[in-house]
Structures are given as C-alpha cells and as structure tokens.
Ligand binder design. Structure first.
Ligand code: ADP
Length: 159
C-alpha cells in the first residue's frame, strides 16, 4: 500500500491545500495530513488540535485521508509508514524552499523518505494561510479561499 504524508501548518487549511490533498489521493492509497508546528512561524491563529479537528471534519467521509500530528515531518512519515512526503508549489520561492527542505529530509531519513512536489491550481496559486488570516483580520470575504466550515470556525474564534 502506497502512503504519503502531507505535512504543513494548515493554519487554516485552504482550498489550495485541499487541491494538493485531492491530487495526492489520486496517486496514493492513503494520504496522511500531518498538522505540525512550524517553529519559524512565531504566531498562530488556531491550535494544533483545532486545526486537526477542522481537517478531520472536512474529510470525515474519506477513509483514505487521515489527520495526524507530531514534531518532525520525517518522524511522522516513518511512524505511519509513509515513504513519501508531498508538498505544494505555488511559485519559484516555494520551489527554492521546498528543494532545500526535501534535501534535508532525505538526508536525515538516511535516504528512506523522498519528497514529491505537486503544482498549485493556477486559480489558487496566490492563496496562503497567512493571506487568509490577514484578509480575515481586515474583515474581507475569505469564502473564495477556504471551505465554509473553516470560515465559520474563524468567525467563531473571533467572537
Ligand atoms: P508550512 O508552514 O510547512 O509551509 P503551510 O500550511 O503553509 O505549511 O503549507 C503546507 C504546504 O502546502 C507547503 O508545501 C505549501 O507550499 C503548500 N501550499 C500552501 N498553499 C498552497 C496553495 N494555495 N496551493 C498549493 N500548495 C499550497
């Protein structure tokens, strides 16, 4: 059985992330969405538990999509038997970043875990969790970028 880990902050999960998950589930038997704390990101909107909960809810009818957490992508991948990590590419900045992380992960996993990158949907390549959070703080509509249940949870958190 081919399994893949899609690690990220998902703060919150956007339609851009969901497009990558959908492509990954066409290729792999099981997709593990790994909600991890990105130590280089100082602040967060949702806790890890809240992010996991909302992703679980979005995929509650999809047996092949699981939601997990852990400290490091490589350790989470081996814990769940994933030989591959999947990441999304929106632009050349993502490319440079992902290339270096992929090489480090390959190195620390002693060549056991490989990274595959998938391209963003052209209509979603400007979408990031941070722009969603910023637009939300400015009280702009974020419906184009996140599912209604995610928007609802953001509104509830603000109240
Ligand atoms: P991280 O903090 O690990 O970068 P993110 O949640 O910001 O976590 O992103 C997780 C992955 O999803 C990254 O590979 C990122 O490039 C990708 N990604 C983010 N937004 C999009 C999008 N709109 N389309 C495709 N991939 C995306």
């Amino acid at each position: 059985m081919k399994k893949v880990l899609f690690p990220g902050s998902f703060d919150p999960i956007t339609k851009g992330h969901m497009h990558i998950i959908s492509q990954a589930s066409d290729i792999f038997d099981e997709v593990y969405v790994g909600v991890l704390q990105n130590l280089s990101k100082a602040s967060f909107f949702f806790t890890i538990e809240e992010r996991m909960e909302m992703i679980k809810q979005l995929y509650e009818n999809y047996d092949r999509i699981k939601v997990v957490t852990g400290r490091k992508a490589v350790s989470v991948a081996s814990e769940y038997g994933c030989q591959y990590i999947i990441r999304g590419l929106r632009n050349t900045i993502d490319f440079e970043y992902e290339k270096s992380i992929a090489e480090i992960n390959q190195d620390i996993s002693k060549n056991q875990i490989h990274t595959i990158c998938l391209f963003a949907d052209s209509t979603l390549s400007n979408v990031s969790s941070s722009t969603v959070r910023e637009l939300f703080q400015l009280e702009e509509d974020i419906s184009k970028y996140v599912e209604p249940s995610v928007k609802e949870k953001m509104l509830r958190k603000r109240r």
